[in-house]
Ligand binder design. Structure first.
Ligand SMILES: NC(=O)c1ccc[n+]([C@@H]2O[C@H](COP(=O)([O-])OP(=O)(O)OC[C@H]3O[C@@H](n4cnc5c(N)ncnc54)[C@H](O)[C@@H]3O)[C@@H](O)[C@H]2O)c1
Length: 352
């Protein structure tokens, strides 16, 4: 088992190891006062892991109930959030009790936000089951639901008490969903370069995959420990996300988050290379990785619609937006820029 300490205001550990799901309850027990817990999961994950997760928490002395919602990004909305909060209230869960997010990033973001709001904050445990959630969304305490005006517009910074990451859960994850996780992993390589880049370019065995997950969590830990509330360097984690979120919006979330981030990276790298900001040698590296992990570098969407959608990105402030600009593959900078720069980069980078 690998242990990664996250040093946020309320510190916690990310534990990574194959088979850890069965130990999740025992590991969470000392971190939670109350004995009642609600395991939250979506309609795909719940039937697969309800029994194992429930058993794990019951064996550790928890009184366990479950709450299920329809799988998919469309459920990440205020209505479903309210249903979950009402459910917790009907159960009369107390502030010393806990909830568990068992699933991908949608489950983690929704459950984390509910945990931050219910009784002004109760403990929650993240058990990520998608690759994307393992390497990214379960760590760092960003929780949110979407509003009509855009992604993640209703949210809070709220850290879990523990993250239990069991890569065995990936055995049931569909290939397309693996690709979505790879997009965020490629993002980390775009930010840090080695050793992750070599790990991605080599053969990815099961052991290497666990090492890659730990490497990504380590990178995210470093960044969020230095800047928990995104006042500075944490913005780097948004590499590819401004255009990525715009792609999600213009396609009405038909293009999932990870795939959209892959497209967003392709656009911003190409745009930055053509604008002389990024070393052109970065492009074939990115293209190779996107192709290897089942992602696309093509962006067949209307540039004006993308630009319009990017306007409501929450990283925009007045007339400026913080853009994450690649300089080489492995180094990026965050730069407050006028919207016209984004417009130009989208135009330049739209297609190869
Ligand atoms: N909070 C953050 O820091 C952060 C970071 C990145 C992304 N996100 C958010 O995360 C979400 C995307 O996460 P995601 O890709 O995990 O989406 P998701 O939660 O919708 O999961 C993707 C799909 O995989 C299924 N699934 C998950 N685990 C499974 C398993 N082990 N076996 C079979 N099926 C499984 C789900 O049911 C779903 O259909 C987006 O809403 C994005 O905005 C948040």
């Amino acid at each position: 088992m690998k242990t990664i300490d996250v040093r946020t205001g309320r510190p916690y550990q990310v534990l990574i190891g194959k088979g850890l799901l069965k130990d999740a309850g025992r590991l969470a027990r000392p971190l939670v006062k109350g004995s009642r817990t609600v395991i939250v999961g979506d309609s795909n994950v719940m039937p697969l892991y309800r029994e194992a997760a429930g058993e794990s928490f019951r064996e550790a002395g928890f009184e366990v109930t479950f709450w299920k919602f329809p799988a998919g990004e469309a459920s990440k909305n205020p209505q479903v959030l309210l249903e979950l909060l009402n459910h917790l209230a009907r159960l009369r869960l107390t502030r010393s009790d806990s909830i568990v997010a068992l699933g991908g990033g949608v489950t983690g973001d929704l459950t984390g936000l509910a945990a931050s709001l219910y009784l002004r904050g109760i403990a929650f445990v993240q058990i990520p089951t998608s690759l994307l959630a393992m390497v990214d969304s379960s760590v760092g305490g960003k929780t949110a639901v979407n509003l009509e005006a855009g992604k993640n517009l209703m949210g809070a910074f709220y850290q879990p008490v523990l993250v239990v990451c069991d890569p065995a859960c990936l055995d049931t994850l569909p290939a397309d969903e693996m690709s979505n996780g790879w997009a965020e992993i490629i993002k980390y390589a775009g930010l840090r370069g080695e050793p992750l880049l070599s790990m991605l370019e080599g053969e990815v065995t099961e052991t290497v995959l666990s090492e890659i997950i730990a490497e990504c969590v380590g990178i995210k830990r470093d960044i969020v420990s230095a800047d928990e509330f995104e006042a500075g360097c944490r913005a780097l984690l948004n590499l590819g996300h401004t255009v990525g979120h715009a792609v999600e919006r213009v396609t009405h979330y038909e293009v999932p988050h990870g795939r959209a981030v892959g497209i967003g990276m392709a656009v911003i790298y190409r745009g930055a290379a053509k604008a002389g900001i990024c070393d052109a040698a970065a492009l074939p590296i990115l293209d190779r990785l996107l192709e290897k992990f089942g992602l696309t570098n093509l962006c067949p969407y209307d540039p004006a619609a993308l630009f319009e959608a990017a306007h409501s990105d929450k990283k925009s402030a007045g007339k400026t937006i913080t853009l994450i600009l690649p300089e080489t593959f492995g180094r990026c900078r965050a730069e407050k820029s006028p919207f016209s720069t984004l417009e130009k980069l989208i135009e330049l980078g739209l297609n190869p």
